[in-house]
Write a protein that binds this ligand. Structure first.
Ligand SMILES: Nc1ncnc2c1ncn2[C@@H]1O[C@H](COP(=O)(O)OP(=O)(O)OP(=O)(O)O)[C@@H](O)[C@H]1O
Ligand SMILES: [Mg+2]
Length: 298
């Protein structure tokens, strides 16, 4: 059975960040304990109802990809057993599949996005300007069309409540310096290309994805946060892909569609979501985990 957790409670540990999805605790030795809860955000607002098991599925998907791509880019995971860091008396079953111990890194202040297809804000920007993050694209591309080559389209990490904004590579260079900007771009594209090829063999298109990176005291770069999950990526079933329309996806589209139909103004508080939409969303995460990682959580 999946466990359900809307908010972690770990007395004795120092909570340093409660994000939309994850609760982050500080651990001695420049480490973090990151707990993926079952909170679901849509349009950057957290919904009132949890999606049972979602945090477990997200964590398992990320861990799968971190393992698979460690030869391309090092990642933040430490393999410390949870029993060693969770407070005495913690229900281990509730945390074992949704918590990880990681290096505590200094975040690179940029959302590192790779796009292989023209959709979402990329499609909007292209329609308005013919380019994307300052990268000129061929004319006449259609919605959801594959790009000639995957591109790095960074965006700023917005403050709470704001939406992220696409920026040019030069803006990243100004923010973090040329060397780090190039490392982030190259790592982003290398992981994306590898993962896209891997997923294609399993009938899934990774249309785009977002990574977060951080550096340690020596300035060494690691990929952190989550990796290639339905929350950070657009996964499309390859057999339903069609240029010209927005394909169905393994992500929050299900719940977004419901909310769009309601006509909610996308300002907090978010409306309650019916049981069938919650179950349908959970099933999407489970399907992504099974198809990509061959993992079935029961
Ligand atoms: N290894 C790491 N070192 C430092 N910070 C990390 C690490 N891994 C993840 N984080 C940070 O932990 C937080 C995870 O929480 P979550 O993704 O739920 O937050 P969020 O709502 O997306 O907030 P944010 O806007 O800050 O990303 C993020 O702020 C992420 O940048
Ligand atoms: Mg996040």
């Amino acid at each position: 059975m999946p466990t359900t957790l809307s908010q972690s409670n770990l007395p004795g540990l120092e909570l340093i960040h409660r994000g939309k999805v994850r609760d982050v605790y500080s651990l001695p030795g420049k480490r973090l304990l990151i707990v993926a809860t079952d909170r679901l955000s849509a349009f950057d607002v957290v919904l009132p109802d949890p999606i049972p098991g979602k945090g477990e599925m997200l964590t398992q998907i990320s861990n799968f990809w971190f393992g698979k791509t460690a030869h391309i880019v090092p990642n933040h995971l430490l393999h410390t057993p949870l029993e060693e860091v969770l407070p005495k008396g913690t229900d281990l079953a509730l945390y074992s599949k949704r918590a990880v111990v990681t290096k505590h890194l200094k975040p690179v202040p940029v959302e590192a996005i790779a796009r292989g297809y023209l959709i979402g804000s990329g499609w909007k920007d292209y329609q308005a300007t013919g380019s994307l993050c300052g990268i000129k694209l061929p004319v006449g591309l259609r919605q959801a069309e594959q790009l000639p080559e995957p591109i790095f389209t960074p965006s700023t990490k917005a403050a709470v409540g704001d939406h992220d904004e696409n920026v040019s590579f030069d803006a990243v260079v100004s923010a973090v310096g040329k060397d780090l900007a190039e490392q982030v771009r190259d790592a982003t594209l290398a992981i994306y290309k590898w993962a896209a090829e891997y997923a294609a063999k399993r009938g899934i298109i990774i249309a785009d994805t977002k990574f977060e990176f951080g550096t340690d005291e020596d300035g060494k770069l690691y990929v952190m946060d989550e990796m290639l999950t339905p929350d950070s990526s657009r996964f499309w079933p390859a057999d339903q892909y069609q240029v010209g329309i927005s394909p169905p996806s393994y992500d929050k589209q299900f719940v977004r569609d419901y909310l769009e139909k309601l006509g909610w103004n996308k300002q907090p508080p978010a409306p309650k979501v019916p049981a069938d939409v919650i179950a349908g969303t959970a099933a999407k995460y489970a399907e992504a985990l099974q198809r990509l990682a061959d993992i079935k959580l029961d």
